[in-house]
Design a protein around this ligand. Structure first.
Ligand SMILES: Cc1cc2nc3c(=O)[nH]c(=O)nc-3n(C[C@H](O)[C@H](O)[C@H](O)COP(=O)(O)OP(=O)(O)OC[C@H]3O[C@@H](n4cnc5c(N)ncnc54)[C@H](O)[C@@H]3O)c2cc1C
Length: 373
C-alpha cells in the first residue's frame, strides 16, 4: 500500500482525486479551478519551484523580483482568457515602455544608429513581472497541493487507479483517479514512461507540437538607472550582429528597477560552445557599442538558455520554429484511458497555442473536461 512509509507525506497524498504533472502556468491554473470545484488535487513538479517557463532574476535576498528570463508580454486587449485571469488574480498590467528611438546595431565595425521604429503597441506587462502570475496562483492553492522536486517518471493506467511513479529516491507510487499532464507535449511523450498504450494519433500529436521558445536564450540586464530614457532612447535594440538581436526596456512599472532584456540570436550550438561567461562579455560589449563606451556598467547580466533545459526542450525542438505554433490536432484535447488521462499546457491550446494565453486557455478547457467526466 503506497505512502505508509512516508509519515507526514501520507497525510498530504491521502484521497487525491487528480494529479497534475507540472507546475507551470497551465498546471497551476488547472489546480486552482479544480480545487475551487472541491477536488483534492496534487501537483507534482520536477523543479524546486513552480513557474515552468516563468523564470525570474531576483535580488541578493532571492525574494525580490527584478526581471523576467521567460515571458514578458501579454496582450489582454486581444487575449480574453489572460484578461480574465489577470482580473481573477487581482493583478495589474502596464504598457511596454517604447517612447524614443531604437538603436540599430550593425556590429563592431559600424556606428550604431538611433531611429524611431514603430511596433510595440498593445504589448503589456504584468506589474511585478510574469512572476506575479505564479506567486498569485501558488498563494491560492490549499496547503499541500504543490509537491516540488518530484519528477514523474512512469504513468501506469493499467489498474483502476492511475499509478504514478516519481523519480524520488524512495520511488513512491502516488495514486489518483485522474491525471492531467501539464508539460510541453514533446516532454510528455519523450520523458515519461507510459504503461498505457498511447494511441498513434495522440503520440503523433504530442510529437508534432514544438515547444514555444525552446531553442532560444534570453538575457536580462539590471542597471542602477534607466540612463537610456534620459537620452531619448526607448531601450529597444535591433541588431543583425548580436548577441542580442532584439532588446527592450524592462524597467518596473514604478521605475524602481532599471533593466533591459534581449533575445540572444546566436545559435544554441555556438552558445553552448562559448559558455555563459563568455556570452555575458559579448553582451556587455554590445551594450557598450549601442549605448556608448562611457555608458554605465550593469549591476548584473543574467542569461537563461532555454535550449539547455531538458524539462522544456527536446532534441527536435532545437531547430525551431521561429513562428508561433499553429493550433495542434484535437487529439491533444481529448481524454484517454476512459477519460482518466488528459493533457493541458500552452501547446495544447486552441487559443494562442504556445503563449501565456494558451496556457490559461488549456487550463480552462481541461478543468471543464475533467469536471464534466
Ligand atoms: C524566453 C521565453 C519568452 C517567452 N515570451 C512570451 C511572451 O512574451 N508572451 C507569451 O504569451 N508567452 C511567452 N512565452 C511562452 C510562455 O512562457 C509559455 O506559454 C508558458 O509559460 C507555458 O506554460 P505551461 O504551463 O504550458 O508549460 P511550462 O511553463 O513549460 O510548465 C511545465 C512544467 O512541467 C514541469 N515538468 C516537465 N516534465 C515533468 C515531469 N516529468 N514531472 C514533473 N514535472 C515536470 C516543468 O518543470 C514545468 O514546470 C515565452 C517563453 C520563453 C521560454
Amino acid at each position: 500500500m503506497p505512502f505508509l512509509n512516508f509519515g507526514v507525506l501520507f497525510l498530504t497524498y491521502k484521497n487525491v482525486d487528480i494529479v497534475i504533472v507540472g507546475a507551470g502556468l497551465s498546471g497551476l491554473a488547472s489546480a486552482i479551478l479544480l480545487t475551487e470545484a472541491g477536488k483534492k488535487v496534487l501537483i507534482l513538479e520536477a523543479r524546486n519551484s513552480a513557474g515552468g517557463r516563468i523564470r525570474s532574476v531576483f535580488d541578493k535576498t532571492g525574494k525580490t523580483y527584478l526581471a523576467d528570463l521567460g515571458p514578458t508580454w501579454v496582450w489582454p486587449a486581444f487575449q480574453p482568457v489572460i484578461a480574465d485571469w489577470i482580473s481573477k488574480l487581482g493583478l495589474q498590467v502596464f504598457p511596454q515602455f517604447d517612447a524614443g528611438n531604437t538603436i540599430l546595431d550593425y556590429g563592431p565595425d559600424t556606428e550604431p544608429e538611433a531611429r524611431f521604429l514603430p511596433g510595440q503597441q498593445g504589448s503589456m506587462r504584468v506589474v511585478g513581472g510574469s512572476q506575479a502570475l505564479v506567486d498569485a496562483m501558488v498563494a491560492r492553492l490549499p496547503e499541500g497541493t504543490l509537491l516540488t522536486n518530484t519528477s514523474v517518471n512512469t504513468i501506469d493506467a493499467s489498474d483502476k487507479a492511475i499509478n504514478i511513479h516519481t523519480g524520488n529516491p524512495d520511488d513512491e507510487i502516488i495514486q489518483a483517479q485522474k491525471i492531467i499532464i501539464a508539460t510541453p507535449p514533446r516532454i510528455a511523450l519523450k520523458t515519461i514512461n507510459w504503461k498505457f498504450e498511447l494511441p498513434r494519433e495522440l503520440s503523433n500529436g504530442l510529437d508534432m507540437m514544438p515547444t514555444w521558445m525552446a531553442p532560444h536564450a534570453k538575457v536580462s540586464v539590471v542597471y542602477e538607472k534607466a540612463f537610456w530614457r534620459d537620452q531619448g532612447l526607448s531601450g529597444r535594440i535591433a541588431s543583425r550582429a548580436g548577441p542580442i538581436v532584439e532588446g527592450h526596456d524592462h524597467c518596473s512599472a514604478d521605475g524602481s528597477i532599471a533593466a533591459l532584456w534581449g533575445f540572444i540570436g546566436w545559435p544554441h550550438e555556438m552558445r553552448t560552445e562559448m559558455g555563459t561567461e563568455a556570452l555575458k562579455l559579448e553582451v556587455l560589449q554590445q551594450l557598450k557599442r549601442c549605448f556608448g563606451k562611457d555608458s554605465p556598467d550593469p549591476l548584473s547580466i543574467t542569461i537563461e538558455d532555454w535550449s539547455q533545459d531538458t524539462l522544456v526542450t527536446s532534441p527536435n525542438d532545437l531547430s525551431g520554429p521561429m513562428n508561433h505554433p499553429s493550433v495542434g490536432p484535437k487529439n491533444l484535447r481529448m481524454g484517454y484511458a476512459d477519460n482518466r488521462i488528459w493533457f493541458a499546457g500552452a501547446e495544447t491550446a486552441e487559443q494562442s497555442p504556445g503563449l501565456i494565453e494558451g496556457a490559461f486557455d488549456s487550463a480552462n478547457r481541461v478543468a471543464a473536461q475533467v469536471l464534466s467526466g
